[in-house]
Design a protein around this ligand. Structure first.
Ligand code: FDA
Length: 304
């Protein structure tokens, strides 16, 4: 219930104006967002690297309003790869295709993405195409597959809550694609996604096994100790070494567990979002955990 309200509000412009103009909400957002400018994200990546964590930088933004904005986002990401290389950071990039103009045509969007992938490949780096709401799944899979035909510097994300995910994995593995597995963060109807958490979790474990058995390097993105334990157990039982896959978690969430997994010898990548357009990302993080809403409410209504 709370989850649907918050995800619904993540699309409200009035709510966005209210939250963005509220200094305490901005301050609270810093729990999940590294800052509004690239140097903030680079500093967070450097700090993560020093702790033994890899990073993935996400310049926040989705559903851009014009082709011009998409082209600007493309140039921004090309610059991000240059900065990562200059600073010698262990970091790649995660981006959303709607930020590269997917709403303005699949070919247009693929061209923007291809320019970024080529640049990343030239620097020996990697682009992860985040997965958005189910209206975009088919096109994201298709664009990834086409880009992967030309370069191995690109991969995408599969959401365990979607019924279609096993088939998508099959298709993407045939193309040799690296996949990030997550549970899924959007509000989806029961026609396309498992409504019950236990079914999403069961599908996550099932898909994790398919991915780990594929021999391709994938990312298991979750903060759920049960999913992590299932992955650790499956890898150990099947002779899959700790450096043949990585765990991934979001900036500011379960930092204790992130460090523990590094101490246990696993690879861990932290997803570092930054930028001014943090509102929808922030709302999805609140939706994942009611305690986060209380945290925000306490900050918003504090007397000082
Ligand atoms: P679950 O929601 O069951 O949470 C397990 C436990 O983790 C909770 O009990 C709590 O302790 C902790 N936790 C989880 N979320 C928290 C939060 N917001 N605040 C505090 N604690 C929290 N989704 C998507 O649709 N497309 C994408 O491309 C991506 N990309 C992505 C990258 C990375 C690196 C991660 C980690 C996640 C994503 N996601 C995503 C989000 C993902 O789909 C999912 O919504 C969240 O990871 C929450 O699911 P968990 O697997 O953590 O389990």
């Amino acid at each position: 219930m709370m989850r649907s309200i918050l995800i619904g509000l993540s699309k409200s412009k009035a709510m966005e104006r209210f939250v963005l103009s509220n200094p305490l909400a901005r301050k609270t957002s810093r729990r999940f967002v590294a800052g509004e400018e690239l140097p903030d994200a680079l500093a967070a990546a450097r700090g993560s690297n020093q702790e033994g964590l890899k990073a993935s930088l996400d310049y926040l933004g989705e559903n851009v309003a014009s082709r011009e904005d998409a082209v600007n986002a493309r140039e921004m990401y090309i610059g991000v790869f240059d900065r990562i290389a200059q600073e010698g950071l262990d970091a790649n990039v995660s981006l959303k295709l709607t930020q590269l103009g997917l709403d303005f045509g699949e070919d247009f969007c693929r061209e923007q993405a291809e320019a970024i992938v080529q640049h990343a490949a030239a620097l020996g780096n990697f682009v992860r195409l985040d997965m958005e709401g189910s209206a975009y799944t088919e096109r994201t899979v298709e664009i990834t597959r086409r880009l992967r035909e030309k370069s191995d510097a690109v991969g995408t994300v599969i959401q365990a809550y979607l019924y279609r995910s096993e088939k998508d994995i099959e298709l993407l593995l045939k193309a040799g694609c690296r996949i990030r597995l997550c549970k899924g963060a959007y509000l989806e109807p029961p026609e396309v996604a498992f409504p019950a958490k236990k079914d999403v979790d069961a599908n996550y474990v099932k898909l994790m096994k398919i991915l780990l058995a594929s021999g391709i390097y994938h990312g298991m993105a979750t903060h759920d100790p049960a999913m992590i334990a299932a992955t650790v157990d499956y890898a150990a039982a099947n002779g899959i070494a700790k450096d043949e896959f990585e765990f991934q978690m979001l900036y500011g969430i379960r930092v204790d567990l992130q460090k523990q997994l590094v101490r246990d010898g696993y690879r861990m990548r932290v997803y570092i979002p930054y930028g001014r357009d943090w509102f929808p990302y922030f709302m999805r993080r609140l939706a994942e955990r009611p305690a986060n809403v209380m945290f925000l409410a306490r900050n918003l209504f504090r007397a000082d």
